[in-house]
Design a protein around this ligand. Structure first.
Ligand code: ATP
Ligand code: MG
Length: 426
């Protein structure tokens, strides 16, 4: 036998029992973003590499070590998108969506990062992204956070998630803070790990995000960005906190929350859980007012988030909040000489009358017993029997498979749909 080819490490197949759950969750996500009036964007998964290095920052984990970058046959450097914001901004600029107008957008799809695969961390993963352009107040920051909070409530997982909040101030405030932080890190250089030492001069704020216990200890005495904020930044942050309190959304301030991408300013937030081990951040986002102009547009305020769907699914499964749904409601069985012809006619007429009902036609014939076993295995609710007599009378016999004591009822093809519908909803 030939050697089997396997999937790429960290890239998952979703099997029918997975897609059953994904579809249920995706429909809650789509319904929720639509209920806020947001519109969908679909961007390509490949972009020019330069887009990401410019948007995300050269000295970030994502661009330094995680991108899938290659030269295509024309010699252009392309990368699989590691996140959606850069591509969304690129598309909006290219199609003139954000010049002098506001946009509230969402997208859903695969992202790619060459990371070490583990629970909750994959090389192809999926995000729901939300991006808002053209609004600069804390009201819109609060709105997108409220939207995520609505999602947790609808999915029944609010109790398991904590909102962590921080503000990164303006670029100028951050520059002043950066200088103070570098001085502090230099004074404690011996206690830093290699990554943090390297970042001290390239991207010192990222050191705040270090997971190294020694570095965390040192950082306890580090200067705080809060002390470097001016009046406007403070007012924005206070406004956001007031709006969240008004919406009944609890938060904790985490002064060390800086996020992994360089483009953020003012508001940053993460929804974290302790139920998934090390990969505890389910959703993260913030304000990125500088990015649009950095990518060649005019000054445009912007705010958004990315929600990791694999981590969301893991959390829902851990907390027993979703279950696989059977794919079939009605199983059509038959016997007799013309069974396959009559079954096909019956299935077609039922599908036409009941477009939302999942109707599977038994194929391959065989004894009724075997056909009913198949219906059981599929967890179908109703069997529709097309025997010799039914075929002759142009009728069907309908059997409730969840209620062993119930009588079978023989009905005309016209009467059957209403009766089946009633059974499915009883
Ligand atoms: P982490 O700190 O866990 O690496 P991140 O800061 O790199 O996350 P973002 O770039 O903010 O993550 O992406 C937003 C969300 O996408 C994360 O909160 C997470 O839920 C999800 N995510 C990011 N990377 C992965 C991955 N490799 N596999 C699965 N989900 C991921
Ligand atoms: Mg990461």
């Amino acid at each position: 036998m030939a050697l089997k080819i396997q999937a790429i490490r960290g890239m998952n197949d979703l099997l029918p029992e997975d897609t059953s759950i994904w579809q249920q969750v995706e429909s809650v996500l789509r319904q929720t973003v639509a209920s806020y009036g947001y519109s969908e964007m679909r961007m390509p998964v490949l972009e020019q590499t330069g887009l990401f290095s410019r948007a995300i920052g050269e000295v970030t984990d994502v661009v330094e070590k995680e991108m899938y970058t290659f030269e295509d046959r024309s010699g252009d450097s392309l990368s699989l998108r590691p996140e959606g914001t850069a591509g969304c901004v690129r598309a909006c600029l290219e199609h003139n969506l954000i010049y002098n107008q506001e946009q509230r957008l969402w997208y859903m799809g695969p992202m790619f990062r060459h990371e070490r695969p583990q629970k909750g961390r994959y090389r192809q993963f999926h995000q729901l992204g939300v991006e808002v352009f053209g609004l600069n107040g804390p009201d819109i920051d609060a709105e997108i956070i409220t939207l995520t909070h609505d999602l947790w409530q609808k999915l029944g997982i609010s109790e398991a998630l904590t909102l962590e909040l921080n503000t990164l101030g303006s670029a100028e405030e951050r520059a002043n803070y950066r200088a103070a932080l570098i001085a502090f890190l230099e004074a404690h250089f011996d206690a830093l790990d290699e990554d943090s030492r390297r970042r001290t001069h390239t991207n010192p704020l990222r050191v705040l995000d270090s997971k190294d216990p020694g570095v965390i200890e040192v950082l306890k005495d580090a200067p705080s960005l809060m002390d470097y904020l001016g009046g406007e930044s403070r007012a924005h942050f206070e406004g956001l906190k007031r709006l969240l309190e008004n919406a009944g959304i609890k938060y904790v301030i985490n002064p060390r929350l800086v996020r992994g991408l360089d483009y953020y300013n003012l508001t940053v937030f993460e929804w974290t859980t302790t139920a998934l081990g090390a990969q505890g951040t389910v959703c993260g986002g913030g304000r990125y007012d500088g990015l649009v102009s950095q990518l060649g547009g005019s000054d445009t305020p912007a705010v958004g988030f990315g929600l990791g769907l694999e981590r969301l699914m893991l959390l829902l499964l851990t907390l027993n909040k979703v279950a696989v749904k059977p794919a079939v409601d009605v199983y059509v069985v038959g016997a007799g000489e013309n069974a396959s012809l009559y079954q096909a006619t019956v299935s077609a007429s039922l599908r036409a009358a009941l477009p939302d009902v999942r109707i599977m036609n038994h194929c391959g014939g065989g004894a009724f017993k075997r056909q009913f076993k198949r219906a059981d295995r599929l967890q179908a609710r109703v069997a529709v029997i097309c025997g010799e007599e039914e075929c002759a009378a142009r009728s069907v016999t309908v059997k409730d498979l969840r209620n062993a004591g119930a009588e079978q009822v023989t009905l005309s093809l016209d009467e059957a749909p209403a009766y089946i519908n009633k059974l499915l909803h009883s």
